[in-house]
Structures are given as C-alpha cells and as structure tokens.
Write a protein that binds this ligand. Structure first.
Ligand code: NAD
Length: 364
C-alpha cells in the first residue's frame, strides 16, 4: 500500500530519534511490500530560525496532505535559548498547540507498557511489577475544563476564580467510539473513568459511554471513579486494558501511568481525529542536555511509528512486527544510556543510531 508520512524532526534530539523511526518504517515498507513516501517539514525552534515563526501555514497544509505525521520533539532550554525571549505565541511550543488544533486532533493515546526487561525502572512494589501491565490511556483532548470559559473577579471584596467544565454529547460519543475501536484491537476491555457521583458532566459522560458500549457487545465495559482509578493504577495496573476519560482526568492519570511505566525514552503517544489521520510522537521532550550526542533513546519514537502503522494505516501485522523487534532488542540486552542498568551483566550500551539499526534488523 502507498502512504504519505510527513515528518517533523523538530529541535534537540528530535532529528536523531525521528531518523531512527524512519529507518524502521523504511525497513517495514521493504519487508511487507509497501511504499511510504516521507516529506520533512520544520516546526518549533528550527522553524523560528528559518521563517521567524514556530509553525507556518505551509507546514500545516503539508501535514494536512499526509496520511499521518511523525514528530520528534520541539523546544529548547528556557534561559539559554533566544526562542524564549519571544512573546509566548511566537515560542516553539505555540507551534505544537496550533498544529494540534489545526489538525482537529481530539483523541490522545498514551500507552504504558512495562517491559519485563525494564521492570527495575518501575517504582511499584516488585510483586506488582512482576505481573507486568499494558494500559492504553484514551484522553479527550479538546473539551472540558481546559477549554471552558473562565474568569477571576472580585465579589464582595473577595477574589473569586471560576472555571467551567463543559462536555457536549457528541464530544463524548466520538472519544468513546475511538476507545471501543482501540479496545477491539487489544484485549477488548474498556474502563471509562469519571466522577459521576459528583459532576453532571461525568453523569452525561457515563450515560453516553454506556450507550456507545451497547453497540459493541463484544467489548467489556466498566465504569470507575477517577479517585479510585488513581489508586488502582498503583495497586494493580494489570487489571486495565483501555482507559477512556475526559481531558483533565486524562492529563493527570496519563502522567501517573508514565511514571509507573518507568523510562521516558520508552513512551510513545498519538493524537487522532475522527478519520484515520493522526500525529505520532514520543512522550518526552527535546532533551537539549543530550542533543547531538547520538545517545538519546529512539525507542519511544519507534514505538510511536508502530502506533502510526496500527491506527492510521490499519497495518496491525506490521505494527506487531515493530513492537516485537523492540522487545527482542531489549531481550538481547541492548540498551541506550537512559535504560542501562549499572552492575547488570549481559547488557550492551548502544548509541541512538545503533539502536535504530538493531530494531530495523529485527523486522520480519
Ligand atoms: P525532556 O523530556 O526533554 O527531558 C527530561 C529528561 O529526560 C532529560 O534528562 C532528558 O535527557 C531525558 N530524556 C528525554 N527524552 C529522552 C530520550 N528519548 N532518551 C534519553 N533521555 C531522554 O524535558 P525538559 O527538559 O523538561 O524539556 C526540554 C524541552 O522539551 C523544553 O523546551 C520543553 O518545552 C520541550 N518539550 C517538548 C515536548 C514536545 O515536543 N511534545 C514535550 C515535552 C517537553
């Protein structure tokens, strides 16, 4: 099959980690007989340097013309980079927010998978880490408290701040549909998280998710309160498959999940819209402290590329092959510096490009 992938290497380690993910995708194309056409665009600090703004209209149009976008990361070090002397709307991060909005990306996916080889990086009790986990967080990205009207005023001499949490039924329905679709490609289990014992928006959330669930009788659905979920994620993360929730709850729970999964260099993510289009990127930032040294871990970006194959191109076999290649690489004891364990025998430290080579070589 033929697909167009726009890459946004970005700043810092971005170009190094995207190069390795592209290497792996090119190997997938060769082994499975596809044609992936890559087009590179600038965003973030490098775009400011080249065009005076973090995201140009041309870049947005190029992204819109693609079947999927693969991104590295953007931004520099505040206090060291001249990009941060610009007004906030001209800084690197403004480009990313504008791009997500322009592309209509409302669904954020953050998987947290604990590889047995990396379980020492998991801060949970050994008996819990030993059982492993593989949770997919599906977070609504464009509604709720972060997008409601807000104000701060003085009432009777007191300062009063108000934020509003609004959800429309269609916003809940479309994210619920995504969650069920994703669960159908995994363990067929959705946990919908809300605060329905207190919030009206959560009661509507629960009602709509239940309705959507009835159309997917092959997928198990349960509902959980956000406070209980925060607790269960550290007590028994293995019980979850797909967790779907609204914007703020997802923001908080996905960071909790990232923490229990261990290394930042291993965490992919995706932002999707209603059709198959998506933007795929590692969860970490541009790591200016190690940029240009060929030591960054490219696995989160390579795993983001696997998500791209699965969710935008519907190429599950190919996505499985990439994930299996990453797992085999770890089993072979190959590590970048960030996931190296001191004093453990049988481990070999690799550079960014060597890690990409090793994963690509294992694509079958
Ligand atoms: P960071 O994630 O870049 O780095 C935090 C620590 O993790 C650093 O020690 C870094 O070396 C390490 N790290 C991150 N990714 C790694 C990888 N793949 N391999 C090995 N080590 C890795 O966070 P930060 O330092 O707070 O932010 C740096 C810049 O990145 C800032 O400008 C920030 O705004 C930006 N940022 C961008 C995105 C994005 O592009 N989506 C996300 C987060 C932060």
């Amino acid at each position: 099959m033929n697909f167009k992938i726009v890459t946004i290497p970005g700043d810092g380690i971005g170009p190094e980690i995207v190069r390795e993910a592209q290497k792996v995708l090119e190997k997938v194309a060769t082994v499975y007989g596809h044609k992936f056409c890559f087009e590179k665009v600038l965003m973030g600090g490098c775009s400011i340097d080249a065009y005076g703004e973090p995201l140009t209209d041309e870049t947005i149009e190029t992204c819109k013309s693609a079947d999927a976008v693969l991104m590295g990361s953007i931004g520099g070090k505040v206090g060291q980079s001249s990009w941060y002397e610009l007004p906030p709307e001209k800084r690197p991060e403004a480009g990313l927010l504008k791009l997500r909005k322009s592309l209509g990306l409302f669904c954020n996916l953050r998987p947290a998978h604990l590889y047995p080889e990396l379980k020492k990086a998991c801060p949970l009790r050994e008996s819990i880490a030993d059982q492993g986990f593989d949770v997919m967080m599906v977070r609504e990205l464009t509604g709720g408290l972060y997008f409601g009207t807000r104000k701060t005023e003085v009432v009777d001499g007191e300062e009063v701040a108000t934020d509003t949490l609004v959800y429309h039924d269609y916003e809940i329905r479309r994210i619920a549909e995504k969650a069920f679709e994703i669960a159908s490609k995994r363990q067929c289990h959705v946990t919908s998280v809300d605060k329905a014992n207190v919030l009206d928006s959560s009661r509507l959330w629960r009602k709509i998710v239940t309705e959507v669930g009835k159309a997917h009788p092959d997928i198990a659905l349960d509902h959980a309160l956000v406070d209980s979920t925060a607790m269960q994620l550290v007590r028994n993360p293995g019980q979850f498959d797909v967790v779907v929730t609204e914007n703020m709850f997802g923001d908080i729970l996905s960071d909790e999940m990232a923490e229990i999964a261990g290394s930042l260099g291993m965490l992919p993510s995706a932002s999707l819209r209603e059709d198959s289009f998506g933007l795929y990127e590692p969860s970490g930032g541009s790591a200016p402290d190690i940029a240009g040294l060929n030591v960054a871990n490219p696995l989160a970006t390579i795993l983001s590329a696997a998500m791209l194959l699965r969710y935008s191109f519907n190429l599950s076999k190919e996505a499985d092959a990439v994930e299996a290649a990453v797992a085999e690489t770890l089993t072979a004891g190959l590590r970048t510096a960030d996931i190296m364990e001191d004093g453990v025998s049988g481990l070999t430290r690799l550079s960014t490009s060597e890690m990409g080579d090793q994963v690509a070589a294992r694509i079958r």
